[in-house]
Write a protein that binds this ligand. Structure first.
Ligand SMILES: N[C@@H](CCC(=O)N[C@@H](CS)C(=O)NCC(=O)O)C(=O)O
Length: 80
């Protein structure tokens, strides 16, 4: 499963997601900082449909809302 997190570092909602990733120590989420990379920003808006972070792309399908993302990550641990 391919996991791509569109985010920026100072966003408090993104930080909730970072904490969940740190809590579990998972390493399968690729970070895309939309404030540092214009291409990532463009992809977020084009594929996701809106500029809001965090947004987790799960096999290319966007999921917005930090609570939903945290719940999804908790329910879907990294696979070996
Ligand atoms: N309810 C959302 C709120 C996310 C949110 O407001 N993110 C801000 C950044 S901290 C954002 O993307 N704002 C869009 C903008 O600034 O146009 C969540 O929990 O994920």
């Amino acid at each position: 499963m391919k996991l791509d997190l569109y985010m920026f570092e100072t966003c408090p909602y993104c930080q909730k997601v970072f904490r969940e990733i740190e809590r579990t120590g998972r390493t399968d989420v690729v970070m895309h900082d939309v404030k540092k990379n214009q291409e990532d920003m463009d992809t977020l808006i084009k594929v996701g449909g809106e500029y809001q972070v965090p947004c987790l792309f799960i096999d290319g399908k966007p999921m917005y809302e930090s609570d939903d993302i945290v719940a999804w990550l908790a329910a879907n641990p990294q696979q070996a």
